[in-house]
Each structure stands twice: as C-alpha cells, then as structure tokens.
Design a protein around this ligand. Structure first.
Ligand code: NAD
Length: 295
C-alpha cells in the first residue's frame, strides 16, 4: 500500500483515484471542484484543501489536469520543495512534450523522480480500470510506477525517454479525432440514405471500417447505451480537450516538419465546433456538425 496524492479529480482523475482506493491505497485527493472532492470522499478517499496539503505524506503524486499550463503551475519549485526526497511523480494529463520534459528536469534537480504517463481509454476505461498508460521517462522509474498504474489500467507501455509518452499520446489522439470524424461522416451518410444508424454501425463494426469510435464510443444518440452520445454528450472527453490535443499534434508536426493534412483538418473542424459553443460537451458530438435532424 502506498500513500498517494491525486491532483485533478475530474472525468478521468476521479474514477482513477477511486480505483486506487479500491485496491487498498491511501489516497489524498485535491481538486478545485467540491463535487469532484465529494465523489472521492464517498468512495473512501481522503480530501485536502490544497495540493500542498494533499502531498504532505505522499510517496507518489499523480496529476490528471486539463493542460500543460495547469501542470507547469502545479509542479512549481515551491511545490516540489514540499515533497519527500525520492517521491515518484506521475503526470497522466495530456500535455506538450516540452512542458513534460521541463517539469521532469525540475523534479529530478530536486531529488524526485518523474514520468509522463498519459492515458487512453476514455472515461469508461477510467471507471473500469482498463486504461492504457503510455510512459516516458527513465526505465527504472517506469518499473517503479508499473504496480500503481496497474491498479488503474490494463496495458502499460514504455514509450521512451521523458516526453515520449506525450508524443505517442498525441499521435494516438490525432488518429482518434480523424476516425471519430470519419465514423460520424459515414453514419450521417447512411442515415441520409435511409439506413438505421444502429444497423449500419453493427455492419461496419464487423466490416473493414471497424474502429474504436464504432466499437465503444458510437457518436449517434441511442446506438450505444453507455456512450456519451446517449447522455446528451455529457461526462466524456470535452471538445476543448480534443482541440487542445490536435493543437499539440499540429505544433509537433510544424516543429518536426511533418505533414499531417487530416490532423490539421480535424483541428479546424473541432475548433469551429468549439467556437459554435460546444467546447464543454463530448468530442463525439462532432457528428452534429454534419447531421441535422429533418424538420
Ligand atoms: P476534466 O476537466 O474533467 O478534469 C480536470 C480536473 O482538474 C477538473 O476537475 C478541475 O477542477 C481540476 N483542476 C484544474 N486545475 C486544477 C488545479 N490547479 N488543482 C487541482 N485541480 C485542478 O478533464 P478530464 O476529462 O478528466 O481530462 C484530464 C486530462 O486527461 C486532460 O489532459 C485530457 O486531455 C486527458 N484525457 C482525457 C480523456 C477523457 O476521455 N476525458 C481521455 C484521455 C486523456
């Protein structure tokens, strides 16, 4: 059993922290939102009034925050100075590799160990404890983190040195956005030509168009009971977070002189969808950008 501080208890961090409690760890959580804190408390976790209070006795700190800005602000010099020597820091937020490397260097200069460990698998994977973790950092720190990551995930990958987890993650999310848009486009075309979206989705799931969006995250309401589309696109992966990830992919493409034409198109579509007032709802809502109910 470890003493774990968990910072950021949102759609992903909340259920991840609860799974750590279920596996017998002592978890102290901190979030800016009271409702997020209450969920952890009702699952048997402890809550703190600040990040500094949460890490008081921690051997391991896990963060699950929206973006690089939040991560850089959390892991300030003053904050890291509060930690015990050799504390293992695991940042599971999806952020740019440059920030991931700079906070890891700062942590290392202060006698702590830090890995980037972004996740894939969505809120359902976070709840079920079946996430995929993609780790960047020193191999020995990855080995040390594995048992705790195993409490929240099924597949734990070592991608390479510091920042490599984030690079792999944005490649994955660029592909996710592209196949979510493609899936939405195909379902809309089927509906407009008289098909039932559920029947069409079943057919494509067993055909060469099969992909994760079709299998576990169908964007059309009512096709899949547990998908965000069937609860008015709430409680999933926000359009603004996907737009952020596509921006990170576009930046990485510019820096490495790599063409990502479909990734850039996906970025533009998600940005327009966010600008139209949809930033907080689930990213599978992009189907509504294409599909208009007949009046
Ligand atoms: P979220 O907005 O639901 O949760 C973020 C939480 O961080 C919120 O509860 C917020 O109050 C809290 N927070 C913000 N600043 C804070 C601070 N300074 N101190 C403490 N708490 C703070 O977001 P999410 O969907 O849980 O995503 C978190 C990260 O995981 C993002 O980087 C996202 O890209 C990534 N991610 C999300 C999904 C998904 O399906 N939602 C999947 C994979 C990866």
């Amino acid at each position: 059993m470890s003493n774990i501080a968990f910072i950021g208890l949102g759609n992903m961090g909340g259920p991840m922290a609860v799974n750590l409690v279920k596996k017998g760890h002592h978890v102290v959580g901190f979030d800016l939102s009271d409702s997020a804190l209450n969920i952890l408390a009702s699952a048997g976790g402890q809550t703190a009034d600040s990040a500094v209070e949460a890490v008081k006795d921690a051997d391991i700190v896990i963060s699950m925050l929206p973006s690089g800005k939040h991560v850089a602000e959390l892991y300030s010099e003053e904050f890291i100075d509060q930690l015990k020597p050799n504390t293992l820091l695991i940042d599971s937020s999806t952020i740019d590799a440059v920030t991931a490397r700079s906070v890891a260097e700062l942590a290392s200069s202060k006698g702590c160990k830090m890995i980037d460990a972004p996740v894939s698998g969505g809120t359902s994977g976070a709840q079920a404890g079946t996430l995929t973790f993609i780790v960047g950092g020193r191999q020995e720190d990855y080995e040390k983190a594995r048992p705790v990551l195993k409490c929240m995930g099924q597949n734990i990958f070592y991608a390479g040195t510091s920042g490599a987890g984030q690079v792999a993650k944005i490649c994955n999310n660029m592909l996710l956005a592209i196949h979510m848009i493609g899936t939405s486009e195909a379902i809309n075309l089927g509906i407009k030509n008289g098909l039932n979206p559920k029947v069409l989705s079943e057919i494509m799931q067993k055909s060469s168009g099969k992909n994760w969006s079709l299998e576990v995250y169908n964007p059309y309401p009512g096709v899949m009971e547990n998908a965000p589309a069937s609860r008015e696109y709430s409680g999933g992966f926000a359009v603004d977070l996907m737009t952020k990830d596509l921006g990170l992919a576009a930046e990485a493409g510019l820096e490495s002189k790599t063409s990502t034409p479909l990734g850039n198109t996906a970025l533009n579509l998600y940005r327009m969808w966010s600008d139209a007032g949809n930033g907080k709802i689930d990213f599978s809502s992009i189907i509504q950008f294409l599909h208009k109910e007949e009046k």
